[in-house]
Design a protein around this ligand. Structure first.
Ligand SMILES: [Zn+2]
Length: 137
């Protein structure tokens, strides 16, 4: 089996603020982040599609504790976003002070509006890219 969309291609697209996913040709389910087979029916027959990056916040956490070497990145808010296309993905929430984030944000509409590159450190193989979400106007 081959990867229709590699993590590298997925990350490169994120760096251009494009969110890519895989659409199953068997059942229509969208899989993201990329996997080798459909997350619903396990078919490998999928095509690459661009996603809207829109959805709503399902849950979140505020990170105040940095791992070694990342002290200047905290605090930040990590959100789990249920995309309109179905899958849930993780990203960082911008436009609100992490100190002011409450349960009220759960269910709010957000859209992806950029990305943040996290340089590799001794715990990761290389650069990581995370989508940035902000509240939909
Ligand atoms: Zn499927």
């Amino acid at each position: 089996m081959e990867y229709k969309l590699t993590s590298k291609d997925y990350n490169e697209a994120l760096k251009e603020d494009k969110l890519l996913g895989l659409k199953c040709k068997e059942c229509g389910t969208i899989t993201v982040p990329p996997k080798m087979v459909c997350r619903k029916c396990a078919s490998p027959d999928m095509e690459v599609v661009q996603l809207s990056g829109k959805g709503k916040i399902e849950t979140f956490t505020v990170n105040n504790v940095a791992s070694e070497g990342r002290e200047d990145e905290v605090p930040y808010t990590i959100v789990l976003v249920g995309l309109d296309e179905g899958p849930w993905i993780m990203g960082n929430l911008t436009g609100i002070d992490p100190a002011e984030v409450t349960m009220e944000i759960v269910g709010k509409r957000v859209k992806m509006g950029g990305h943040q590159v996290f340089p590799g450190d001794k715990y990761s193989a290389g650069d990581g890219v995370r989508p940035l979400f902000s509240f939909e106007a």
